[in-house]
Design a protein around this ligand. Structure first.
Ligand code: WTA
Length: 675
């Protein structure tokens, strides 16, 4: 990429008073953070409460030839992250500050919670968990919409040293069951029902099926605690009498197991409002979160306590340039890492005031995001490119209807942001005065690793720019040689930062294999990147068989295995194809069994299967009838060629290894009309 790409310097208003006022200041701080990490992080460390101070600041091994991969920060130190987020902030005088403005799916449904009240609720729920036999190290599953109880539950786990394992409430019962089985979840939390837009989700019945699945696989979940969410909704939804009566009927149908299930509100009634925190080691697990693996089975990414706290706090402060009094809003769901680090841990560590949003950008109208920004006078807004692209379709009017003058920083996360979307975000939403922070990171990295800083970094649309403090990115070529200066290669990191994952739950071997075997001595992200002449980094996307649909990472292998389970499927091959709104979408080649008719029923069965087994967000866009697949003589499917067929690009390059070339021509000819 040439330096002719337009550069957008931070506006005067963003520069004034920003924590990092210039690129010189950034470079100096970044240099120091690598030269003497202990000195750099000690200032952060000192802001928090440590019951016992650390004895060894940091140690690690990134090289398998020298022994097992290990990453440790603040060893010997003990603390409690919930204490640091709540009790410490209250002691500092922030008890009456709003921690969250909750905005429901319905605009008439909202509430707020102060730090003091939050602590009380967290303590009560921690006591409820204890009464269910949960102790330090136990896993607690959370399958909930974006409601305050979800945050309360996360912090209640942290308070007693339990490990939360959240599954996004858009995942199917099979996905939830498999994950709860894998982590040997003791207690699972959910709600009766939730609305997403106009759609009623029966989360408790999905949870019941998941519990059954886990039990069939051999692990019994002991208790299920259910938040009664629907009646509150009907109370605030201005229902007609008829609608309210209908909802009451629905409520009566909540499936129930007397021995295992209980209501959140009944348990909370008698619970004590104080609960002494359990002091845990800095390297004790805080949470696990599943992410897709390129071989199909999801990986339980494990994060620990001390380093994660420092990293979540520091990235939040600098990347959003958060100042006391600001109102911050991250639209991510707590079912994803962005919701963990930038809805919960990062903001609370900074005593911030956030908006937490249950709904969708399209309900009740396509201006919902902007209405909420206006309502709460949001200063920092953080969302995903897929949402921006979806909203661009509705033009300027929904944005212009609202006053967005409060905005200072606009964040983007989850996938590369295309220039068109970047400019729309910058010009229209940000009024050309806001800094855009295109944050590159992963479930595994725990927090931002490449990102511009507001008021500091001159922006280039689509570039995640430079590393955060403590982060040392490297580009490698195929053979593992370091690419200095401009060039393109594999994006890897040379050393750990405090918020990085420590292992995959119960499978350290897979952890080493997936992230540390391709290039000895480096953590491999699985993404490619390019460095331009000005040193800017541009993430180019996955280099493995993973794809990113609307910011949801998934592997082609997991979709293939679901499709292949259908008795009418002989073979399935899935590739990604660019999509205007979703970024990428699923294009599936299906070879049916000879007895199977390739008709509309079959196609819809396949699509439904993927939705049911994985989740609605994984729904395939195209099912292509492929009587045969292009294979090498040794029988390997040539995905490179399938990707070309998916975009109708006849320029397929070298085909000398193909066993049967005629397969390719006939697939080009049989592309479905709607693709
Ligand atoms: C992609 C989400 C380009 C990337 C926080 C990464 C991005 C994967 C960006 C992780 C960005 C995330 N620019 N690509 N700003 N942010 N990605 O684990 O492919 O859900 O590896 O974490 O999303 O997705 P995950």
């Amino acid at each position: 990429m040439s330096s002719r790409v337009e550069v957008y310097p931070p506006s005067e208003s963003c520069r004034t008073g920003s924590y990092i006022p210039s690129m010189e200041a950034y470079r100096e701080m970044h240099r120091e953070s690598l030269a003497d990490p202990e000195k750099f992080w000690r200032d952060v460390y000192k802001q928090f409460h440590w019951e016992q101070p650390y004895t060894t600041f940091h140690s690690y091994n990134f090289d398998r030839s020298k022994g097992p991969i290990s990453i440790k920060w603040l060893e010997g130190g003990t603390t409690n992250i919930c204490y640091n987020l709540l009790d410490r902030n209250i002691k500092l005088g922030h008890g009456d500050r709003i921690a969250y403005y909750w905005e429901g799916n319905d605009p008439d449904d909202y509430s707020r919670l102060t730090y003091r009240k939050m602590l009380e609720e967290v303590c009560r729920f921690a006591n409820v968990l204890k009464s269910k036999g949960v102790t330090k190290g136990d896993r607690v599953g959370i399958y909930m919409p974006m409601i305050l109880e979800a945050v309360i539950a996360m912090l209640a786990c942290a308070r007693i040293g339990a490990v939360h394992s959240i599954v996004f409430a858009g995942f199917s019962s099979d996905s939830l069951g498999d994950r709860m089985f894998d982590c040997k979840c003791k207690v699972l939390l959910t709600v009766d029902y939730a609305y997403r837009g106009e759609k009623l989700l029966k989360l408790k019945s999905i949870t019941d099926q998941a519990i059954k699945r886990s039990s069939d696989l051999g692990h019994q979940i002991e208790s299920c605690i259910v938040v009664r969410h629907l009646p509150r909704l009907s109370a605030s939804m201005n229902c007609t009498n008829g609608e309210a009566a209908h909802l009451q009927e629905v409520e009566k149908e909540v499936p129930w197991d007397e021995d295992r299930d209980c209501w959140w509100h009944s348990e909370m009634e008698d619970a004590e409002t104080s609960c002494y925190p359990v002091w845990v080691s800095a390297e004790d697990p805080l949470f696990m979160l599943y992410t897709s693996g390129s071989t199909g089975k999801p990986k339980g990414v494990l994060h620990t306590t001390g380093g994660y706290l420092m990293y979540a706090a520091t990235t939040f402060k600098y990347v959003f340039d958060y100042k006391p009094g600001d109102v911050y809003w991250c639209t991510a769901d707590i079912g994803w890492i962005t919701g963990h680090t930038y809805v919960v841990y990062g903001p609370l560590a900074n005593a911030a005031t956030s908006v937490i949003f249950e709904g969708t950008p399209f309900h009740p109208g396509n201006d919902r995001f902007w209405a909420v920004v206006d309502k709460y006078k949001v200063n920092q807004f953080y969302t995903a490119p897929t949402a921006i692209r979806a909203l661009m379709k509705f033009g300027e009017e929904p944005v212009k209807k609202h006053c967005l003058r409060s905005l200072k920083v606009l964040g983007s996360v989850g996938e590369p942001i295309n220039k068109e979307a970047w400019l729309w975000y910058y010009d229209l939403v940000g009024g050309k005065r806001c800094s855009i922070v295109d944050t590159f990171w992963q479930t595994e990295t725990g927090g931002h690793v490449l990102t511009p800083l507001p008021g500091c970094t001159p922006m280039k649309p689509g570039s995640a720019t430079f590393p955060f403090f403590g982060v040392e990115p490297v580009l490698l070529d195929e053979e593992g040689h370091v690419i200095e200066g401009p060039g393109e290669g594999y994006l890897v990191f040379k050393r750990p930062w405090p918020g990085m994952m420590r292992t995959l739950f119960g499978n350290h071997e897979r952890f080493e294999e997936v992230y540390f075997s391709r290039f000895e001595g480096y953590y491999a992200t699985g993404d490619g990147a390019r460095r331009d002449e000005d040193g800017y980094l541009w993430v180019t996307g996955r280099v493995d068989d993973m794809l990113n649909v609307s910011g949801h990472l998934m592997s082609t292998a997991e979709v293939e295995s679901v499709l292949a389970e259908h008795p009418g499927v002989a073979e399935a091959a899935v590739v990604s194809r660019p999509h205007k709104v979703k970024g990428q979408c699923l294009y599936c080649f299906i070879t049916p069994q000879t007895s199977q008719a390739f008709d509309a029923t079959f196609i819809s069965q396949l699509k439904t299967r993927v939705r049911e087994k994985i989740g609605p967000f994984a729904s395939p866009d195209v099912i292509h009838h492929a009587p045969a697949l292009p294979k090498t003589r040794s029988g390997k499917i040539m995905r490179r060629i399938l990707r070309k067929i998916a975009v109708n690009d006849k320029n397929i390059g070298d085909t000398s290894t193909l066993a049967d070339e005629s397969v390719v021509a006939s697939l080009f000819k049989s592309r479905p009309a709607d693709s």
